[in-house]
Write a protein that binds this ligand. Sequence first.
Ligand SMILES: Cc1cc2nc3c(=O)[nH]c(=O)nc-3n(C[C@H](O)[C@H](O)[C@H](O)COP(=O)(O)OP(=O)(O)OC[C@H]3O[C@@H](n4cnc5c(N)ncnc54)[C@H](O)[C@@H]3O)c2cc1C
Length: 394
Amino acid sequence: MTRLVLVGAGHAHAEVIREQARRRRDAGRLHIVLVSPHHTAPYSGMMPGWLAGHYDWDECCVDFARLCERSGATLVLDTATGIDTARSQVMLASGRRLDFDYLSLDIGSTSHPPAAEGLLTLPMRPLDHLKQRWNQLLDIVARLPGGAPFRLLMIGGGAAGVESVLAAQYRLTRLAPGRNLRFSLATQGAELIPGQSRIAARLLQKQLEQRGIAIHFGFSADRMEHGRVISDSGETIRTDAVLWATGAQAHAWPKESGLEVDVKGFIRVDRTLRSRSHPAIFAAGDCAAWEPQLPKAGVYAVRMGPVLARNLFAVAEGRPLETFQPQRRHLVLIGTGASHAVASWSVLGWQGGWVWRWKQRIDRRFIERHNGAGNLTRDAVKEKPCQRQHGTEP
Ligand SMILES: Cc1cc2nc3c(=O)[nH]c(=O)nc-3n(C[C@H](O)[C@H](O)[C@H](O)COP(=O)(O)OP(=O)(O)OC[C@H]3O[C@@H](n4cnc5c(N)ncnc54)[C@H](O)[C@@H]3O)c2cc1C
């Protein structure tokens, strides 16, 4: 058996496991093991819709337990903490080690807001950590006494920051009508959604202004204290809670394991998504450093998926690998909370209810493609016993 270990239930690995389900009959002697802390994984495109209250959490998640079941892959509920490259083993938080012939990483990115005692902080990355903190915030807002003000500040003016603060404003003002809620967004640049259409940026700015969300341009958040965020130039914004959506940061352990990484710590890959330093290891999605740099967007992780799948099967079978060709630009659809969205494509921008319905169709199709019909597999699903065949007990 060739042992292929996939670490991370990311968007690209969803495509790999789906492809394995399709070719199961001729899958031959390849056994796939997926390491993921959870049975399901959130799909980024629907997260702001979940914040706004349009979707339940489960509706926005890919059901990896079911995908693994359909493809004959083994799901190991654990978190990778490092790679022993000399022994070709992945080290897990539980202390176990998994042997691999080939390894693929699709672990996304993370963020590290400065620590702040007594200030509720919700990093938007990683997505699977968001649910608990968001529910905590909903609880606080639902219990607010009558006239007491409550301030929420979004740090980050990219698509995720703008979309999420609009979603938060939509949801919280409905949750606590008549309460004194105040929203603001701070970004280090002089414009919203840098790198996207200026028309779309203006449409979004107008949405923020109309919804009473104050915008602070040129604010580079440096530290946080109880009740306030302070910029590197000493400017202060008072707040009770912070949503943190600045740029993606790399997980530390791939670099610590000796993989070649870029200056930010993302895993350097060649045109075939293979690690530049370790030919038995592949990486895709946010955690991979493509040259020239690609935006850290789910759309690239999804597009890398089929190429990654074909290359993982090819390398295991001794066939040549194919190269990934990233698209030059991508469509960005940004929900505004209400059933309305803004589209950004190249220099063009549009908005309307039809953009929201378009976005919903794309997002729901993604989920259906992976989950099929029926409900999500919930916590009842257990690891299959065959995973022990690959594990080396510590
Ligand atoms: C609020 C928000 C909205 C966004 N909206 C969009 C959008 O509309 N369109 C878009 O294109 N992009 C969007 N993005 C960006 C998008 O989230 C990421 O680019 C995308 O999720 C990256 O996909 P991925 O496959 O690399 O990783 P992810 O989807 O982040 O998946 C990584 C997986 O790896 C797992 N993992 C992490 N570490 C370990 C470990 N040590 N061991 C085992 N498993 C691990 C995690 O549990 C997770 O399931 C948004 C981002 C945010 C924050």
